[in-house]
Design a protein around this ligand. Structure first.
Ligand SMILES: C[S@@+](CC[C@H](N)C(=O)[O-])C[C@H]1O[C@@H](n2cnc3c(N)ncnc32)[C@H](O)[C@@H]1O
Length: 251
């Protein structure tokens, strides 16, 4: 398969266009996103059990933290499949938190959802240090600017128990959406783009992702990229989608 090189991007077009990439504006854009789309945009993540069942399926009660939970598309499939576990979940969009709390399957005894900017605030102000067995990062780190990613990962490390896991899924370099954003010149910095609605997205390589977690003291258990060709007959286009899946362990 042809590998597209994205290293050639030099002048950040976002800077030229005066685009702000501050965390406060990022929160505002995601809040607008959930106000506009309500809880209809993302589909429930039904692959969690298939991909990561071995991490979730134990009789003893586990503590899970869903980071960047959005409208709850990771929370509710997990809560249904593993009712014995307890789920903390956070997002910096207040509209997203409201959608989670008003979901028909929201149970106060099983789910604790709170507003938190994981790039700015200490997660230990919300949950006990070293108390979490599993963190899920599903399409969340890509929404954080690259210079804040290490802070986010360190933040996760503080709430994880030793031998706790981070289960990661996100956009991979060369994804169809990246090619579209690049063609529209919506580049902020290398592999980082802004969308039309002001939200941002980063596209990961396996090496960069592993390095980010290793630098924060994690062990790489598994990392792989997978592709799917998706045909949209209505729009008459074929999309090469690419995602990255990984598991990291706090030693
Ligand atoms: C692409 S959405 C994915 C939502 C959800 N994880 C899912 O899979 O449906 C990215 C989410 O990350 C949240 N987010 C982005 N940056 C964040 C930050 N610094 N702190 C907390 N949440 C953040 C956004 O509000 C948004 O809900």
């Amino acid at each position: 398969m042809a590998v597209v090189s994205f290293a050639a991007i030099s002048v950040p077009s976002a800077v030229r266009l005066g685009f702000e990439v501050e965390e406060s504006s990022s929160r505002k854009h995601w809040d607008n996103f959930y106000q506009r789309h309500q809880n209809k945009f993302f589909k429930d993540r039904h692959y969690l059990e298939k991909d990561w069942g071995q991490y979730f399926s134990h009789d003893n009660r586990k503590i899970i933290l869903v980071v960047g939970c959005g409208a709850g598309n990771t929370i509710f499939p997990l809560a249904k499949k593993y009712p014995q576990h307890y789920i903390h979940a956070c997002d910096f969009s207040h509209h997203a938190i409201t959608h989670v709390k008003s979901h028909p399957n929201f149970l106060k005894d099983q789910i604790n959802v709170f507003a938190c900017n994981i790039a700015e605030e200490n997660l230990c102000d919300h949950i006990m240090p070293a108390s979490v067995d599993i963190v899920t990062l599903v399409f969340t780190l890509s929404a954080v600017s690259p210079e804040k990613m290490s802070t986010v990962i360190q933040n996760l490390q503080h709430v994880l128990k030793p031998d706790g896991y981070v289960l990661f899924r996100d956009y991979a370099i060369g994804d169809y959406a990246q090619v579209m954003l690049m063609n529209k010149n919506q580049v902020i910095s290398e592999n980082f783009y802004f969308r039309g609605d002001g939200t941002c997205s980063f596209y990961f390589s396996e090496d960069l992702l592993s390095e980010l977690f290793e630098r924060a003291g994690f062990v790489v258990v598994d990392v792989n990229t997978y592709n799917r060709e998706i045909i949209n007959r209505a729009r008459d286009i074929t999309m090469q989608r690419r995602w990255i899946r990984a598991v990291f362990r706090r030693p």
